[in-house]
Design a protein around this ligand. Structure first.
Ligand code: AMP
Ligand code: ZN
Length: 469
C-alpha cells in the first residue's frame, strides 16, 4: 500500500510501526457552528482510509479531536449570553449527527481539548525544562522555534525564508517574543474567557499544543498517520512536530496525509470567507450518500470544485449503483434455487477481477476516483449478466461483489424497503391496545420502531396521526 507522505514529498510504501496495527490522528473541527462541506472532505476521506486499512486486516486506532476552546467559540458564547461549553457541546452533537448521515464512523476516541488541559500543562512544563520554551513577562509561554533544528521539514521551508530575514516583523502585542516564528503554547486569560490554573498564569492553551498532547495520550509518542486538510501543514502541523519531537525526543508521525481543498468558484470554501454550504444545507436537497460519493469521485490530493452540476452528476452516478442493487433484489425475489451453471460460474470468477482492480486503485495512495470507476465497470458487468432466470447463488454473488466495494467506500447502496402504510396502521392499532392494557413498554417499543423507519406519531384528540419524516 502506497501513501503520499507530505514529509518526504513522495509516495512511500506503508509500513506501520507495529505489525498489524495502525495509529491514526485526524485534526478535527473547531465547534462553533455547523460543519461545512469543506470540513466534511477530510472526514469522508480519512474514514475511507480507515475502512480500507481495516479491510486489509489492520487494527486501526483512530483518534479525532474536537477543538472546544477557541476565540470563535467564546465570541459566539458572549453573543448568546451562555457558557462556551453550551456552544461547543451543541455543535459537537450536531457534528456527530452530520457524521452519521454521511456514514462517517465515530472515531475510536474523540477527545475534547478542554478535558486534556492537565496534559497540555505537563508538556509545556517539559518543553520549558528542556529549553524549548520560555515564559514572557505577562505569563504567555512561547515555543522557541529556533531551538528545534528541523523546523520547516514538513512544509519544506527553511527558517530564514519563514522568518523573512527580518526580526522587525513582530506585530504589535507580540513584542515580547524572542523571534517572529515563536508561537504560543499558553496565553493569559482575558475578561470573560474560560481559563485554567497553570504555573505561569491563569489562562488557556494555544491551539497547536492540543493536538500534540491528545495524540500522545491516546496513541503514544510515535504514531503511524497524522492527517488533516492541507491548510494545516503550516503552521499547525509544523508546530505540532516541533512540540512533540522536542518534548518526546522521538519522530512524531511516520506518515503525514493532507487532503486538498474543497473549493467553490475555485476558492477555498471556508467559514471566514462566508462562501460555504453546511452539510445540513446539502442534506435538505440530497441524500448525504451523494455528498460522500461526490467527495470520493476525486482523488483526495486534487482540489475539488463544488457545483450544482457536479452534485447532479454525483447523484446520477450514485443512483446507477443503487438501481443495479435494487434490480438484483427484485430478481432475487423469484430467482430459481439451482446450482449456478457453467456460464454463471465463469461470470462469478470474472466479477472477482473487479475487486483486484479496486484494491490496486486504493493501494495507490487511496485513489478513490479510480476505485469508483471500477465500481461502475462492475455495475455495467452485473447489469448485462443478471437476468430473470439467473440462479439465486449467482445473483447473490453479484450483489455481494458490488456491496463489498461500496461498503469499503462507506457508501450505503442497499435501500431499506419502505414500510407500507397498512403496516404502519397495524402497528399503531397494536400500540393503542398495548396502552389500554397498560403495557407501556410495548407501546414505547412500537413508537421507537416506527421512529426508526422515519414515521412520526402525533397523539391528537381525533386519535393518532402519523407522517413520514
Ligand atoms: P477547522 O474547523 O477549520 O479547523 O477545519 C477542520 C478540518 O477541515 C481541517 O482538517 C481543515 O483542514 C479541513 N478543511 C477546512 N476547510 C476545508 C476545505 N474547504 N476543503 C477541505 N478541507 C477543509
Ligand atoms: Zn491538530
Amino acid at each position: 500500500m502506497k501513501i503520499y507522505n507530505t514529509l518526504s514529498g513522495k509516495k512511500e510504501e506503508f509500513e506501520p510501526k507495529e505489525a498489524g496495527k495502525v495509529s491514526m490522528y485526524v485534526c478535527g473541527p473547531t465547534v462553533y457552528n455547523l460543519i461545512h462541506i469543506g470540513n466534511a472532505r477530510p472526514m469522508i476521506i480519512f474514514d475511507t482510509v480507515r475502512r480500507y486499512m481495516e479491510y486489509k486486516g489492520y487494527d486501526v486506532n483512530f483518534v479525532s479531536n474536537f477543538t472546544d476552546v477557541d476565540d470563535k467559540i467564546i465570541k459566539k458564547a458572549i453573543e448568546e449570553g451562555v457558557d462556551p461549553s453550551v456552544i461547543s457541546e451543541r455543535y459537537i452533537e450536531e457534528c456527530k449527527k452530520d457524521m452519521k448521515a454521511m456514514n462517517v464512523r465515530p472515531a475510536t476516541t474523540h477527545p475534547k481539548a478542554t478535558n486534556e488541559i492537565e496534559g497540555m500543562i505537563g508538556m509545556i512544563e517539559e518543553l520549558i525544562a528542556k529549553g524549548h520554551a520560555y515564559v514572557a513577562k505577562d505569563g504567555t509561554v512561547y515555543f522557541k522555534t529556533r531551538s528545534f533544528r528541523e523546523y520547516g521539514k514538513l512544509s519544506h521551508k527553511n527558517l530564514d525564508d519563514l522568518r523573512g530575514g527580518n526580526r522587525s516583523l513582530l506585530v504589535s502585542g507580540e513584542e515580547q517574543k524572542e523571534d517572529v516564528l515563536d508561537f504560543v503554547l499558553w496565553k493569559p486569560k482575558k475578561d470573560g474567557e474560560p481559563y485554567w490554573e497553570a504555573p505561569w498564569c491563569e489562562g488557556r492553551p494555544g491551539w497547536h499544543i492540543e493536538c500534540s498532547v491528545m495524540s500522545k495520550k491516546y496513541l503514544g509518542d510515535e504514531i503511524d498517520i497524522h492527517a488533516g486538510g492541507e491548510d494545516l501543514i503550516f503552521p499547525h502541523h509544523e508546530n505540532e512536530i516541533a512540540q512533540s519531537e522536542a518534548a518526546n525526543g522521538k519522530a512524531f508521525a511516520r506518515y503525514w496525509m493532507h487532503n486538498a481543498f474543497l473549493n467553490i468558484d475555485n476558492r477555498k470554501m471556508s467559514k471566514s470567507e462566508g462562501n460555504f454550504f453546511t452539510v445540513r444545507d446539502i442534506s435538505e436537497k440530497y441524500d448525504l450518500q451523494i455528498l460522500r460519493f461526490f467527495m470520493l469521485s476525486a482523488h483526495y490530493r486534487s482540489p475539488l470544485n463544488f457545483s450544482a452540476d457536479l452534485m447532479e452528476a454525483a447523484k446520477s452516478g450514485y443512483d446507477r449503483i443503487v438501481t443495479s442493487v435494487s434490480n438484483l433484489d427484485y430478481l432475487l425475489e423469484n430467482a430459481p434455487e439451482r446450482e449456478p451453471d457453467a456460464a454463471e460460474r465463469a461470470d462469478m470468477e470474472a466479477a472477482k477481477g473487479y475487486m483486484a482492480k479496486f484494491e490496486e486503485a486504493m493501494e495507490d495512495d487511496f485513489n478513490t476516483a479510480d476505485a469508483i470507476s471500477v465500481i461502475f465497470e462492475l455495475v455495467k458487468f452485473v447489469n448485462t449478466k443478471a437476468k430473470e432466470q439467473s440462479s439465486q447463488t449467482f445473483l447473490q454473488a453479484m450483489k455481494k461483489e458490488i456491496v463489498t466495494l461500496t461498503d469499503l467506500c462507506g457508501l450505503i447502496v442497499e435501500k431499506e424497503a419502505e414500510i407500507l402504510d397498512e403496516d404502519i396502521e397495524k402497528l399503531i392499532q397494536e400500540r393503542q391496545s398495548a396502552r389500554k392494557e397498560k403495557n407501556f413498554q410495548r407501546a414505547d417499543e412500537i413508537r421507537d420502531e416506527l421512529q426508526k423507519q422515519g414515521i412520526i406519531l402525533e397523539d391528537t384528540r381525533e386519535g393518532v396521526k402519523w407522517k413520514r419524516a
